[in-house]
Ligand binder design. Structure first.
Ligand code: UD1
Ligand code: CA
Length: 460
């Protein structure tokens, strides 16, 4: 078994933001959320402790739903060594190892942690990496190949600054030794902090073997201290997600113009055009085609459906062979059956739309149960709200609603009925009949338009 401690108490000054650093979103999720997602995939974790300090309340509130998490408060923040010390009381002493992760190194993957565990043997292990530009990171000092110390940027000599192997901050440490080592840390360094990295020297003294492992991909160990680094890592991560999709057979027209903030599950022969954003959990069935510049969140789109350009879908379901857009908006609770057509400037909310029904132009359908084979004319509006309460509209199978109609809920249109264009329907309309509710058209004979004073007609 292992303990996991995530250091997340630092202020993150270089973010220039009121939001605590570890809550800054990467791919739509707080950085700390990414770390916790990785932890959730590790086998035999005994306890997970998050060390909080700056913005502790906000960080705790953001993850309050996770009952297995423990929080340890570090106040004030005296360095990474002090942070781990604050977590000691929350650890499972029986767990042989304690894994240290950093809340601002969000993308480390479970397989890399497994490598670290394999490397530890009966000693300990540090995840290191070699960087072209190691500025800012702690450098790994080796003697005869073995790690003997980590020296921080500010404390490094010019010679040590040339070392390109760096500390990622991620370590696997023997739990039984921690309390002793941490109590020996000193603040005699450039930052005046208790450096966790100083335990390396203590481990060497105590004859504990220090091994190292490397991540498979370099983005896994990139630390984020500024918005510039955050944006850079976002780009790298998005490239990675796009590549996973194309490798699995999805046609992504331009992988650099796709954003996934959550998880996207795709069937075979899915095509995604440029500029689309997927959020939360989205499932696209076989042969689904998503046109350019669509935003799709928490939705399920069944096989063969085409989503045309500039469509917004949020918490909705679309059946097979449907055609949505361009410029459609499906809001929460829109549940569309197969072969439905939703066209431009149509908004659907909390409504079931039956098989093959069509709402093709400029309409609002809310709180509605619509049957199959219905045709809704342009500019139809369900008036579902009286300012206080919401009411439902029922439109049964095969109804034809003429253009410019208002359906004042609660109201039911019987199967096979036709509603004449321009009707304001305030009472139920019977099945199979034509119902029209509009003023009769009249023409006024001898009417002349008003003429402004001093205006004369010019005849030619
Ligand atoms: C740290 C390491 C450095 C490593 C780098 C990798 C130390 C002394 N340095 O430097 O060797 O190369 O990470 O990214 O460990 N934190 C606390 N409490 C504190 C201070 C920090 O919880 O008192 C947390 C921060 O919230 C952050 C993490 O620890 O998540 C790292 O702290 P940060 O100040 O960013 O350390 P670096 O200078 O990046
Ligand atoms: Ca950092």
């Amino acid at each position: 078994m292992i303990n996991v401690v995530i250091l997340a108490a630092g202020q993150g000054k270089r973010m220039h933001s009121k939001l605590p650093k570890v809550l800054q979103p990467l791919a739509g999720k707080p950085m700390l959320g990414h770390v916790l997602e990785t932890v959730a995939k590790l086998p035999d974790v005994s306890r997970t402790v998050v060390v909080v300090g700056c913005g502790a309340d906000a960080v705790q509130a953001a993850f309050a739903g996770d009952e297995k998490l423990r929080f340890a408060l570090q106040q004030p923040q005296l360095g990474t060594g002090h942070a781990l010390q604050c977590a000691l009381a929350s650890l499972d002493e029986q767990a042989e190892y304690t894994l240290v992760l950093l809340g601002d190194v969000p993308l480390v993957q479970p397989e890399t942690i497994e490598r670290l565990r394999a490397a530890a043997g009966d000693g300990m292990a540090i995840l290191t990496t070699v960087l072209r530009n190691p500025t800012g990171y702690g450098r790994i000092l080796r003697q005869k190949g073995r790690i003997v110390a980590i020296v921080e940027q500010k404390d490094a000599t010019e010679g040590q600054k040339q070392i390109r192997e760096v500390n990622t901050g991620i370590m696997l440490l023997p739990t039984a030794r921690l309390a002793g080592w941490l109590s020996e840390l000193k603040t005699s360094n450039a930052h005046g902090e208790y450096y966790l990295t100083d335990i390396i020297g203590l481990a060497v003294r105590d004859g504990v073997r220090i091994n190292s492992a490397r991540p498979r991909r370099s983005f896994e160990v990139e630390g984020v201290n500024s918005k510039t680094q955050l944006a850079r890592l976002e780009g790298i991560w998005q490239d990675h997600l796009a590549e996973e999709l194309t490798e699995s057979g999805v046609t992504v027209i331009d992988p650099s113009r796709l954003d996934i903030r959550g998880n996207l599950e795709c069937g075979s022969d899915v095509v995604i055009d440029v500029g689309c954003i997927f959020e939360g959990h989205v499932k696209l069935g076989d042969g689904v085609h998503v046109g350019p510049y669509c935003v799709i969140r928490n939705a399920e789109i069944a096989a063969g459906t085409r989503i045309e350009a500039f469509t917004h879908i949020d918490s909705a379901k679309v059946g097979e062979g449907a055609r949505i857009g361009p410029y459609s908006r499906l809001r929460p609770g829109a549940d569309l059956a197969g072969n439905v057509h939703i066209g431009n400037f149509v908004e659907i909310k909390k409504s079931e739309i039956g098989e093959g029904s069509k709402v093709n132009h400029l309409s609002y359908i809310g709180d509605t149960t619509m049957g199959a084979g219905v045709n809704i004319g342009a500019g139809t509006i369900t008036c579902n709200y009286n300012g206080v309460q919401k009411f439902r509209t029922v439109i049964e199978d095969r109804v034809f609603v003429g253009s410019g109609t208002q359906l004042v809920a609660p109201v039911t249109v019987g199967a096979g009925a036709t509603i004449g264009a321009g009707t304001t329907l305030t009472h139920d309309a019977p099945a199979d009949k034509l119902t029209v509710g509009r003023a009769r058209q009249t023409t006024i004979e001898g009417w002349k338009p008003p003429v402004p004073e001093g205006y004369t007609f010019v005849k030619n």
